[in-house]
Design a binder for this molecule. Structure first.
Ligand code: AMP
Ligand code: GLY
Length: 444
C-alpha cells in the first residue's frame, strides 16, 4: 500500500469529518479511526466526486482514552500521523506520551490543554494577559462562594473547574439558582473531582460565535468562524444540548472583522502568553466568544476541534488538511496552507437526534434511507451510530450530522434539509430553523 497511514482518535461526528477530510488528501493511503462509529469505515474510492471520501477508512476497537493501546497500535501499524479529536485524551497527556515514544501526533500537550481542562487556569491566564472575558472569582468553599454571588448583584454563570463532558456549566437567572448550582457542584459533588473548585462569572449577553484556529506554537491561522445552535428546539427554545446544527462561511465581511478583532485582542496574546510560559500551543485552539457591545469576550477555550463546528468547517477547506497539520507540528504554519485555493462558499449541518435527546433516549433503532441521498453537495457525518449485524442503528443522542455545501447559506440549508427527507429512524427529531438567522444576516 502506498500513501500515509493516519490514525484519528475519537468516535463522534467531528472524528468522522476529520477522517473524511484526511481521506481526501492525495498523500493519504489509509485512515484508521479509534474507536470510530457506524459511518467511519469505507472502501477506497480513487474516483471520488463532490464530497465523497477517497482513501479507505477502518475502525479500530480501542477507546479514545486508552493511550497505552493507541500507542501500541500506532507503533505496530507504523502510523505516520495521529490526530486527536476529544479533550479527555488531550488532557490526559496523549500528545506528550506519543511524542516521547517518537510518534507524530497533532494536538496540544497536557500543559497547553489546561486552557480547556481547567477553567480556573484559563480565567487566571486571561486576566494575566488582559484578554477580554467575563469578570469572575474562583472558589473551593461553599460559604465563600455563596457570599460572592450575593455581593455580586448581577446574574452569574457557575462552572465546575474541570472537564464535565459539557455539563459543568450552569447559567443562572437568580441568586437561588446560583446557590443551588454551587451546592450541586461543591457539596453534592455532582461532577466529582472536576468540581472541587468552581468558577463564578458574570453572565454575558450577546451573540455567540466559535472561532477556531490552527496554531504551530507561534503562528496562528483562523478557520472560518462558525455558529453552533445549542438549544434543542426551534427558536432557541428548550434545554441545552451538545449542538443541534451549525454553519460557517469562508467569506462574510463582518465575520472577518470579528475574527480580526479577536486576533488582536484574544488569539495573539493567548498564543504569545503560552509560548512565554514555556508551554507553546500546537494544535487547534477554539475560542468560544460572546460578541458583546464592548467587543468579543471569551466564554471558554477548547483545546481541540469543535463538534459540530468541524463538520461545517472542513467541507469548506480547499487545501490539504495533512499539510496544515504537519506544518503546525513542524512550526511552519502559513495562511496560504489554509486559504490558498480560496473560494466563497458556505456549509451547514443539521443534527438528527434520537427520541428523548437531550434527556434519556433508546439505542439500537434501525436507520434507513442514507443510500438514497445522491446529491454530491451533501455528506452525512455519523455521530451516534453503529453497525449491528449488517444494519446501521442508532447508538447515541446525536445520531447523524447531515451536512451540505452551497454558494449561499440558503442553498446549503436547502440541500441539507432535502437530504433529510430520505432518512428515517423511529422518533428522529431535528431543528427546522438551523442557519435561519444567518440567512437573514448574511445571504444577499
Ligand atoms: P462553556 O462550556 O464555558 O462554553 O459554557 C457553555 C455555554 O454556556 C456557552 O456556550 C454559553 O452559551 C454559556 N455560557 C458560558 N459562560 C457564559 C457567560 N459568562 N455568560 C453567558 N453565557 C455563558
Ligand atoms: N460546539 C461546542 C464544542 O465543541 O465544545
Amino acid at each position: 500500500m502506498t500513501g500515509l497511514k493516519i490514525l484519528v482518535v475519537g468516535s463522534g461526528g467531528r472524528e468522522h469529518a476529520l477522517a473524511w477530510s484526511l481521506s481526501r488528501s492525495p498523500q493519504v493511503g489509509q485512515v484508521f479511526v479509534a474507536p470510530g462509529n457506524g459511518g467511519t469505515e469505507w472502501a477506497a474510492n480513487p474516483n471520488a466526486k463532490g464530497l465523497q471520501p477517497c482513501a479507505k477508512s477502518k475502525n479500530v476497537p480501542i477507546a479514545a482514552e486508552n493511550i497505552v493501546e493507541l500507542m501500541a497500535f500506532a507503533q505496530r501499524e507504523k502510523i505516520d500521523l495521529t490526530v486527536v479529536g476529544p479533550e479527555v485524551p488531550l488532557s490526559m497527556g496523549i500528545v506528550d506520551q506519543f511524542q516521547a515514544a517518537g510518534l507524530r501526533v497533532f494536538g496540544p500537550t497536557q500543559a497547553a490543554a489546561r486552557l480547556e481542562a481547567s477553567k480556573a487556569f484559563a480565567k487566571d491566564f486571561m486576566k494575566q494577559h488582559s484578554i477580554p472575558t467575563a469578570e469572575y472569582g474562583v472558589f473551593a468553599e461553599f460559604e465563600v462562594a455563596r457570599q460572592f454571588v450575593h455581593d455580586f448583584g448581577r446574574p452569574v454563570v457557575v462552572k465546575a473547574d474541570g472537564l464535565a463532558a459539557g455539563k459543568g456549566v450552569i447559567v443562572c437567572d437568580t441568586v437561588e439558582e446560583a446557590e443551588d448550582a454551587l451546592r450541586r457542584i461543591l457539596i453534592d459533588k455532582e461532577f466529582g473531582a472536576a468540581g472541587e473548585t468552581v468558577v463564578i462569572e458574570e453572565r454575558l449577553e450577546g451573540e455567540e460565535i466559535s472561532n477556531l484556529m490552527f496554531a504551530d506554537g507561534k503562528q496562528i491561522v483562523a478557520m472560518p468562524t462558525a455558529r453552533d445552535h445549542k438549544r434543542a428546539y426551534d427558536g432557541d427554545q428548550g434545554p441545552n444540548t451538545g449542538g443541534m446544527g451549525a454553519y460557517a462561511y469562508t467569506h462574510v465581511s463582518n465575520e472577518f472583522e470579528i475574527a480580526e478583532e479577536n486576533y488582536d485582542r484574544v488569539t495573539r496574546p493567548t498564543i504569545d502568553g503560552l509560548q512565554q510560559a514555556g508551554t507553546p500551543y500546537i494544535g487547534v485552539l477554539y475560542a468560544g466568544l460572546m460578541i458583546t457591545p464592548d467587543g468579543p469576550k471569551v466564554l471558554e477555550f477548547n483545546c481541540r476541534f469543535g463538534d459540530p463546528e468541524t463538520q461545517v468547517i472542513l467541507p469548506l477547506l480547499q487545501t490539504d488538511l495533512v499539510d496544515i497539520l504537519n506544518a503546525c507540528i513542524d512550526g511552519k504554519l502559513t495562511s496560504n496552507l489554509v486559504y490558498e485555493k480560496y473560494e466563497e462558499r458556505t456549509a451547514a449541518t443539521v443534527v438528527l437526534a434520537a427520541p428523548g435527546y437531550p434527556g434519556s433516549y433508546p439505542k439500537g433503532l434501525p436507520i434507513s434511507g442514507l443510500k438514497n441521498i445522491t446529491d454530491e453537495n451533501v455528506i452525512v457525518f455519523h455521530a451516534g451510530t453503529t453497525q449491528k449485524d449488517g444494519q446501521l442503528v442508532t447508538n447515541g443522542g446525536r445520531v447523524l450530522n447531515v451536512t451540505a455545501v452551497g454558494s449561499t447559506l440558503d442553498e446549503a440549508l436547502q440541500r441539507a434539509y432535502a437530504a433529510i427527507e430520505h432518512i428515517h429512524f423511529d422518533g428522529m427529531h431535528y431543528r427546522k430553523d438551523i442557519g435561519r438567522t444567518g440567512v437573514k444576516q448574511h445571504d444577499r
